[in-house]
Design a protein around this ligand. Sequence first.
Ligand SMILES: [Zn+2]
Length: 285
Amino acid sequence: MSFGNTLELVKAAQAGGYAIPAVNIVDELSMRAVVEAAEQAKSAIILQTSVKTVKASGAEPLAFLAHYLADRSSVPVALHLDHCPDRAVITTAVNNGWSSVLFDASDRDFDDAVRETAEVCEEAHAKGLSVESEIENIVGVEDGVGSDEIKHAYSVATLVQAAQATGTDLLAPQLGTAHGLYKADPVLRFDRVSEIRKISDIPVVLHGGTGLSADDFAKFISAGVSKINISTALKLAYMKSAQAYLAECEKTGKWEPVKMFDAIKNALVTEIGAHIALFGSGGKA
Ligand SMILES: [Zn+2]
């Protein structure tokens, strides 16, 4: 299977009434596990990297492995750069074979956010990448990016106009969700997705998915969300399976890293498989 085009995958999901899972991977092991889960479910998949992961692993090795896995996979695999306010890192992704980037301009005031998003779209489109845009804050801090307070919030009409003016391909609006684990029940804004759908066909992305119920996901998808980001759920499954394995090593006195990798991989395949089932993307690729 060839390397996935993010916009095409998300447009297919939009037309088919389901959502493509976009999973934040942290290393080679999690990349392999997420692709395996997608193959088992016959779902297209988007591998996402935070800026922190790009800096930790390097853009070239990440892109190489994503292309390697995509070439050998039975399903489309795309590579997306998640929340990136740093133009230099956007350029790195553009020049290293990513499928798409999220230019996170939510820390900029409106005029700067629009001007810079247009510049990023021009740069990315020239190399065949699609651009997800975020100009209002999705609360919560993810891998060092973001804030717990809402600094910028706009009407749905303003968001859509800005997206059209800049050439944005995918829109990440504030939908009441937050990054990380919920401290209180969120007030979910299914209505904002429906409003965007009424005035535009731009695909809508849901962030902060970890902790939402199956019913919440179903409502967001039926309102018109077609890409759903999963980050915290993978981190928890990764670390807790490692913790359980290490506790077992302590008991048995046998310390075998490769077996721990297997335990982590199995936990991730199960976790991501469950999300694919919730998002309805299984059997579509
Ligand atoms: Zn996010």
